[in-house]
Design a protein around this ligand. Structure first.
Ligand SMILES: C[S@@+](CC[C@H](N)C(=O)[O-])C[C@H]1O[C@@H](n2cnc3c(N)ncnc32)[C@H](O)[C@@H]1O
Length: 216
C-alpha cells in the first residue's frame, strides 16, 4: 500500500488505464459470483423499473442479474469494461463515461446501484456524487452501494489484477452521515466480501453495503 498524494499524478487516468488493462482478468474473476443482496432491490422494484449501475465493470453479476427484470443502464470509465459488458449483458444499455461527467434527467431512475466503484473516485468528490445520485433518483427511489469501513488516506496498490490501482474513501460513519444530510433514509447496512470466484485467493476483504431511499 502506497500513499496516493502526488498533486501531479492524474489518479482518475490511472484508474481508467488500470481497468482497461485488467478488464479480462477482472471479468473472469466475477463470473461465478452472485449477489444475493440484490434481492433488496428485486423484491421492491416493479418489473421494467429503470436502474443505473455506476462503475458497472463487465456487467457481471450485477447488471446481468438486474437486467433480467429491469431496464438497466451501466456506466463505466473503462472502455474495455464497457465493451465486455455489452457482450455479457446485451439486453442492457452501456455508456462509456466518467460518472462525474455524466448527465441524466432529474428524477429519472427508480434505483441506482454501485458495487466496488465509488472508492476509485477521489473522496472529496463523493459528496457531489451522492448529490447527483439523489437528483437522478425518483422520489422514493433506492440507492444500493458498497462503501468502506474505515476512513483512510488515499492509497495505491501495485498488484491489483496485475495493475497499479487507486482507492480513496471515507469510513462508514461518514457515509451514513453524508447520505442522511443529503436526503436519504438508511434502510439497511450489510457486508459483502470481495466478490470474486471461489477459486480466487481467499481474502479477509469486506465492504459495507448501504441500502438507502431518497426521501426528499
Ligand atoms: C472493482 S470494478 C467493479 C465493477 C462492477 N461494479 C462489479 O461489481 O464487478 C470498479 C469499476 O469502477 C469503474 N470506475 C472507476 N472510476 C469510475 C468513474 N469515475 N466513473 C465511472 N466508472 C468508474 C472502473 O472502471 C471499474 O470498472
Amino acid at each position: 500500500m502506497k500513499p496516493a498524494d502526488d498533486p501531479n499524478t492524474d489518479y482518475r487516468a490511472l484508474v481508467q488505464r488500470g481497468y482497461d488493462r485488467c478488464a479480462a482478468e477482472y471479468d473472469q474473476a466475477r463470473q461465478e459470483e452472485g449477489h444475493p443482496e440484490l434481492a433488496l432491490l428485486t423484491d421492491r422494484l416493479d418489473e421494467g423499473a429503470s436502474v443505473l449501475d455506476i462503475g458497472c465493470g463487465a456487467g457481471i453479476p450485477v447488471a446481468r442479474t438486474l437486467a433480467q427484470r429491469f431496464q438497466v443502464t451501466g456506466i463505466d470509465l473503462s472502455i474495455a469494461m464497457i465493451e465486455r459488458a455489452r457482450v455479457n449483458v446485451p439486453e442492457a444499455a452501456f455508456i462509456h463515461s466518467d460518472i462525474m461527467g455524466a448527465q441524466f434527467p432529474s428524477a429519472h431512475f427508480e434505483a441506482v446501484v454501485s458495487f466496488y466503484a465509488i472508492f476509485h473516485l477521489p473522496r472529496e468528490e463523493h459528496p457531489e456524487l451522492f448529490h447527483r445520485i439523489h437528483r437522478w433518483l425518483k422520489d422514493g427511489g433506492y440507492f444500493l452501494a458498497t462503501v468502506a469501513d474505515t476512513n483512510e488516506a488515499p492509497y495505491m496498490e501495485d498488484d491489483f489484477f496485475g495493475v497499479t490501482m487507486y482507492w480513496s474513501n471515507f469510513g462508514l460513519k461518514e457515509y451514513q452521515q453524508l447520505l442522511t444530510e443529503i436526503g436519504f433514509r438508511l434502510l439497511d447496512i450489510s457486508v459483502v466480501g470481495h466478490g470474486y470466484r471461489a477459486d480466487e485467493e481467499p481474502s479477509e476483504e469486506h465492504h459495507p453495503l448501504i441500502f438507502a431511499q431518497k426521501i426528499g
